[in-house]
Write a protein that binds this ligand. Sequence first.
Ligand code: ZN
Length: 390
Amino acid sequence: MTEEIFRHDGYAFEFEALVVSVDGDLIELDMTAFYPGGGGQVCDTGTIRGLPVTDVSYKEKNIVHTVPNNDLKVGDRVWCSVDWYRRYDLMMGHTAEHLLFCSLKKQDPELTITKIFISPESKYVIVNHDISWEKIDKALKFANKAILDALPVTKSIMSRDDPELANVRIKLDHIKENEEISVVSIGDIDLSACSGVHVMETSEIETLFVDRKVSAGKDGVAIHFKVGNAAKESAMSLANICLQTIDEANSKPEDIVRTVSNMKREIELSREMIKKAVKQQLTSLEPENYNGINIYSGIFYADRTILTDTAENLKNKGGVIAFVSVTDTVSVLMASGNSKINCKKILPDILKEFGGRGGGKPDFAQGGISNISAANDILKIVLERIKQSL
Ligand SMILES: [Zn+2]
């Protein structure tokens, strides 16, 4: 069994060890400070005798290091070095994850963890349901106060029948019978079963900041966070984006959330009004009877999705339809309930003449162009070609 230096000393990153097994790229040492990953934290990287270690993992109770194209032999004494800056960022991230979750849980006692991920590029905890930014703000204030208070982070071993275990965040079904339980405490604010590597004091995290919430589907919501200098930089750049948004909306910091939700409501209201007006326009639409065929046409200042149902209904009654929708582009929709009119043959060619594109079937075609001033012309041409075909 490999002696695991990281269990009792998370700060040891250089060590000398004996190569005890070589199997191609896979190297086993008598002892190692390389953390093989666990508790959501990715494994360490670094070097063994100057050769890059690209992966570290458990093979039963031993730890194997992946050292591609190595010339190591059993019995070699080797100098090993864990990439310290990367490892320290992961240690900070792991302690920060414990601190963040216990702070969030104070705000929302129903919160549980679905998944944890801590890597140099990305750190997040997936929780079972969404939590408001107001609660996250309160949780971060609590967590950053704990960082300022420089609380000790300690590890202890508990047995399965220890009554203290009732106060520990733990998934007992993940722990085998008779297995000793490693518990990490943060001051007197959090006790959590964990065998990961941690910093010794909360002050080492410097700053903890949540910069993103992303849906994780059925797993819940991923709360992304940053630590140390990355947290400060992220907080500053997001604050600047907020200030730009406040300027753009002619608002004030204390009013911006209300301003944006008012804007959203106004947009929704305007959309509803446009929809109603267009529906009205569609119901009062009079066809032009040409050689016994009803041709329905019009220009509508609304999204084309509103027009589709009407076009479909009129088509089913044997009509021929040419609708143009104008938003920031022009969409043309053509439908035909008459076998003489093949939409697929007519519309794409006309759109092409106007620098646009379209496609569809003989009874239904659609497409668009970007030049909104051509809306009238395009409708005129579509109607001409329809009449030519009848
Ligand atoms: Zn942990």
